[in-house]
Ligand binder design. Structure first.
Ligand code: CDP
Length: 277
């Protein structure tokens, strides 16, 4: 699947230690994040991460339905991770499946760790993640987009969540596997972290790593998480800067037009006590 077809046993790491897309083991794919891309949702974000394209939208906190889902002392987080039929090479059958249910569940749990849920009893915060184009690492791209969308919606949180995966391909521990590496590699470890506290809010492992390889993978991921965190904060800053610009335009529009002739007033100076004019 994907743009490049690989045969089993094909070299994933070349003689110079480069990966099939030219990256070094510790290199991320290019990442772009934009906040506030949808008008109707309360919060939204769009992420391009290598060949992944992911959209996230947030609603809430709103009264949770059905009511038996409500928690008397806190909000619940509802997440729907969905892949568009056209997001993968073999058209994906629309609707939920085992994989998307699992991913929705782990993402909801990741966000539950950072949102101040006890501030909104009986409500639900809804996070909708739509994968438009998939190239491995969509759950990480989805979480990264989702947490920017949550911040854009003004949901109080301890921190943003950043997610990134590391794994092993051709016997080498590598950061941020692409589709071919994910398909033909030996292991993939997606993780989610709240960088300010260092709390791990998601950790999964597909395949096998030795303890030393796992440590190396986590080092790569933690380091990359800090880079991605900066991109998330940048996206939110840009979003906020745009609103300030809009506000300025709005204020100028509302200011009364300058008078054609300056009204003339007599100007009085109050004499200071004891001072002779
Ligand atoms: O996307 P992520 O790495 O979080 O999850 P995965 O289950 O490890 O899937 C890896 C990749 O396989 C996805 O990103 C898609 O590119 C691809 N995939 C697919 O082509 N068709 C599916 N039905 C599911 C996944």
């Amino acid at each position: 699947m994907g743009g490049m077809e690989l045969e089993k046993g094909m070299k994933l790491i070349d003689e110079n230690g480069r990966r099939i897309d030219g990256r070094r083991p510790d290199e991320l794919r290019p990442i772009k994040i934009e906040a506030g891309v949808l008008k109707r949702a309360e919060g939204s974000a769009y992420v391009e991460w290598g060949n992944n394209k992911v959209l996230a939208a947030v609603y809430g906190p709103r009264e949770a339905h059905p009511r038996h889902n409500q928690k008397a002392e806190r909000a619940i987080v509802q997440c729907r991770y969905n892949m568009a039929p056209f997001s993968v090479t073999d058209r994906k059958r629309p609707g939920p499946d085992r994989r998307s249910n699992e991913i929705s569940k782990v993402i909801a749990e990741a966000f539950s760790n950072v949102i101040f849920l006890e501030q909104f009893p009986r409500t639900a915060v809804g996070v909708y993640i739509e994968v438009l184009q998939a190239d491995a690492g969509t759950r990480c791209a989805g979480i990264t987009a989702g947490s920017v969308a949550l911040a854009d919606a003004g949901i109080p949180m301890k921190d943003l969540v950043v997610a990134v995966a590391s794994g092993k391909v051709g016997g080498v521990v590598c950061l941020d596997l692409n589709k071919e590496e994910d398909n033909f590699g030996e292991a993939d470890v997606p993780m989610g972290v709240a960088p300010r506290t260092g709390d791990l809010v998601l950790l999964q492992m597909d395949g096998h790593l030795t303890a030393a390889e796992f440590d190396q993978a986590m080092k790569y991921s933690m380091n990359a998480a800090n880079q991605i965190y900066e991109l998330q904060r940048d996206a939110l800053r840009r979003r906020y800067a745009v609103s300030l610009e809009d506000l300025k335009v709005e204020m100028q529009r509302e200011a009364p037009p300058p008078a054609e002739e300056e009204p003339k007033y007599d100007v009085y100076y109050d004499a200071q006590p004891g001072v002779q004019e």
